[in-house]
Design a protein around this ligand. Structure first.
Ligand SMILES: [Zn+2]
Ligand SMILES: [Zn+2]
Ligand SMILES: [Zn+2]
Length: 125
């Protein structure tokens, strides 16, 4: 069976509604298709961070809210992939950099959206 791989970079905003916190993570999304007839079929989706594969069972990697102390029950944050649309006459500014919503209509097309919240996790092996 012939396989085809499609790679793209995605930026995801994670929010905790309780603590009003937003984090941004960047992943490489790798989709594997088997080239069957008549249509290609999506076989699996992987997410890489820092070049390491995160074992997420086709779902967006989860993020635990950073306000949790060791004694707390850790709670997850809600992931929303950033949807960027290039709007040339909307200059990219601090509103875009500090954004907490996932939609971006600005000259950067989502590239800088929410970037002030960027975090990079090192993956434990
Ligand atoms: Zn929280
Ligand atoms: Zn922007
Ligand atoms: Zn934006």
């Amino acid at each position: 069976m012939e396989m085809r791989i499609a790679k793209s970079t995605i930026n995801v905003l994670y929010t905790c509604k309780v603590h009003k916190i937003t984090l941004r993570r960047t992943f490489e999304q790798v989709k594997t298709y088997s080239m069957g007839n008549p249509y290609p079929r999506l076989v699996k989706v992987e997410y890489l961070e820092n070049g390491k594969v995160l074992n997420t069972h086709n779902m967006l990697p989860s993020t635990i809210c950073p306000t949790c102390k060791p004694s707390d029950i850790p709670h997850g944050m809600i992931p929303k992939p950033i949807k960027g649309r290039i709007v040339e006459h909307h200059a990219c500014d601090s509103r875009c950099l500090n954004a907490t919503g996932s939609n971006c209509d600005c000259a950067c097309g989502g590239e800088n959206h929410g970037k002030s919240h960027q975090v990079v996790y090192s993956v434990e092996s």
